[in-house]
Design a protein around this ligand. Structure first.
Ligand code: SAH
Length: 217
């Protein structure tokens, strides 16, 4: 690593901490996984700025501090099987793979799933399975999950995802309309129902039902 790279990495971690990412395991994972690898073209240079950036299919890679805060709120343990909805670039799934036993990540655009899989292979992240499907239905084949993370906003928590949570499990997701203020919420499934906690306001691309245009034909 050059001196400039080391400096950039320090700034990156400093920005995460100052925005409230304090969990040591999350910070270690974010130090290890290079966000630049998940981006292509002109934007790759800006990978260490705390900003959401464009990726193919008109989608975005989330802001690093939001990735950190969501991951922290998910309280992932090394025993957990985690479901992520909205693979996008694959960056968030790669962070989760450092903390969990196994990660299933679902994306509606096949092109994004395939690009993310290539990076997972390059990095040797063998505990991630990427699936092209409509994630608003969850992933019944592997349910229930200890943890679920949704990185696209729905108006309400999708019923299938609530149903696929284990008792004692946690789901973190943005809710609200795509052109209005959205709230990041944390849901816990208890023996008797669900408890909801509002974390902060956020802005995500919408959760869209069905597969992407390019995969229908
Ligand atoms: N977690 C990503 C950021 C994703 S942006 C990252 O780390 O880069 C949100 C993603 O959710 C987009 O790629 C979008 O295509 C996907 N998405 C939207 N609706 C979906 C659905 N119903 N099922 C699966 N993926 C969906």
């Amino acid at each position: 690593m050059t001196e400039a790279d080391a400096e950039r990495k320090m700034q990156f971690l400093f920005a995460l901490r100052s925005r409230g990412v304090r969990d040591t395991r999350v910070l270690e994972a974010m130090e290890k996984i290079d966000r630049g690898i998940f981006m292509t073209g002109v934007f790759a240079e800006r990978a260490y700025e705390d900003m959401p950036l464009p990726i193919p299919c008109g989608q975005t890679i989330s802001q690093p501090s939001v990735v950190g805060l969501m991951t922290q709120a998910l309280e992932v343990t090394p025993r957990d099987k985690v479901l992520e909805i909205g693979t996008g670039s694959g960056y968030q799934a790669a962070i989760l793979s450092q903390l969990a036993r196994r990660v299933y990540t679902v994306e509606r655009h096949r092109r994004l799933t395939q690009a993310a899989e290539t990076v997972f292979r390059e990095l040797g992240l063998s505990n991630i399975t990427a699936i092209t499907a409509d994630g608003s239905r969850g992933y019944p084949e592997q349910a229930p999950f200890e943890r679920i993370l949704v990185t696209a906003a729905a108006e309400d928590p999708p019923g299938p995802l609530l149903a696929q949570m284990k008792v004692g499990g946690i789901m973190v997701l943005p809710v609200g309309q795509s052109d209005a203020v959205q709230h990041l919420i944390k849901v816990r499934r208890t023996e008797t129902g669900y408890e909801y906690e509002e974390l902060r306001s956020v802005r995500f691309v919408p959760l869209v039902e069905g597969l992407g245009q390019d995969e229908r034909s």
